[in-house]
Design a protein around this ligand. Structure first.
Ligand code: SAM
Length: 287
């Protein structure tokens, strides 16, 4: 296991169970879990495929239980998985936590879509708390534009004194954020990277500045990256070394690990080929 701890952020290169063992019970304010979905993605070290559905669920239930122990009594947990496994997660978790929202993260896709059935354009997220009567929800931090009533300057006659509709509102449970695409600034080389905007909403809503946020399957460490921007502390665990190094670069601004440089791979359109260089650039290139 490799661990870096700096400026309130702990990054671990380890299996989820080994990493979780190091975290004291009852110490975490918010957990965001975006595990492998058992849909066959290639995560370098692991292949996102279990022999049976039951094996995937048993593996998931084991770390879900441990994560719940890590939460403070007023803590919150957000969890994602594929549409086909979310019903099982939901039934399992609702016996242990209060599920306050069943969120749909909806996105559009310009890629090839299913032609013989209805292609999937959303991912489900559960928002759960340990104690329905005591949990953090910073509704003012995440308000969005209220497009209908306020824009049309409608009057709400249901109020004791009729007044214009509010111009902002707390978002509902259908969230629209574009998926991370190759040309986006935040893109990293990972097949399931989540958008910064999605994590911003979750972290702003369900934690305070200085609070501790845990992500046990961190991928490119989007959660820790957003925590750093929003002045939260974070713990991220990731089994794959290449993704861990992305985290070291993104969160802790490291440019080397174990003596080897860690650089963001240039995008294809950033690479200037020899033929594209002008005369002066070619001269400089050749010294
Ligand atoms: C869906 S991705 C997470 C993506 C992440 N939210 C992001 O924004 O980049 C799931 C991650 O879990 C990691 N993973 C798979 N098995 C693991 C294990 N046993 N312990 C820790 N991480 C694991 C994979 O390498 C993968 O990066």
């Amino acid at each position: 296991m490799d661990i870096y701890e700096e400026n309130g952020h702990i990054l671990m290169n380890s299996d989820v169970f080994d990493g979780l063992r190091l975290i004291p019970d009852g110490s975490v304010d918010l957990i965001f879990i975006d595990p492998p979905y058992n849909i066959g993605k290639d995560f370098n070290t692991t292949k996102d495929t279990w022999k049976t559905d039951e094996a995937y669920l048993q593996w998931s239930y084991s770390w879900i239980d441990i994560c719940i122990h890590k939460l403070k009594s007023n803590g919150s947990l957000y969890i994602m998985t594929s549409t086909q496994f979310m019903p099982y997660y939901d039934i399992y978790i609702r016996r242990k936590l209060a599920i306050l929202s069943r969120i749909v993260w909806r996105y559009d896709s310009s890629g090839v879509q299913a032609k013989k059935y209805f292609g999937s354009l959303y991912e489900p997220i559960l928002f759960c708390v340990k104690n329905e009567k005591d949990y953090c929800f910073n509704s003012d931090e995440i308000r969005v534009e209220a497009k209908t009533g306020a824009k049309r300057k409608l009057i709400d006659y249901r109020k004791p004194v009729p007044a214009q509709y509010n111009s902002t509102k707390v978002p509902g449970n259908v969230w629209e954020f574009p998926r991370v695409r190759y040309r986006m600034e935040e893109y990293e080389n990972h097949p399931a990277q989540k958008p910064v905007a999605l994590l911003e909403r979750i972290i702003k809503a369900s934690s305070h500045k200085g609070g501790l946020v845990l992500d046990p399957c961190s991928g490119t460490f989007t959660t820790s990256f957003v925590c750093e921007k929003l002045e939260r502390k974070s713990i991220g665990i990731e089994i794959d070394e290449t993704y861990y190094q992305i985290g070291l670069r993104r969160v802790l601004k490291k440019d080397a690990h174990n003596g080897k440089p860690i650089k963001r791979e240039p995008k294809t359109y950033e690479i200037v080929t020899h033929t594209q260089m002008n005369l002066f650039e070619r001269a400089a290139y050749h010294g």
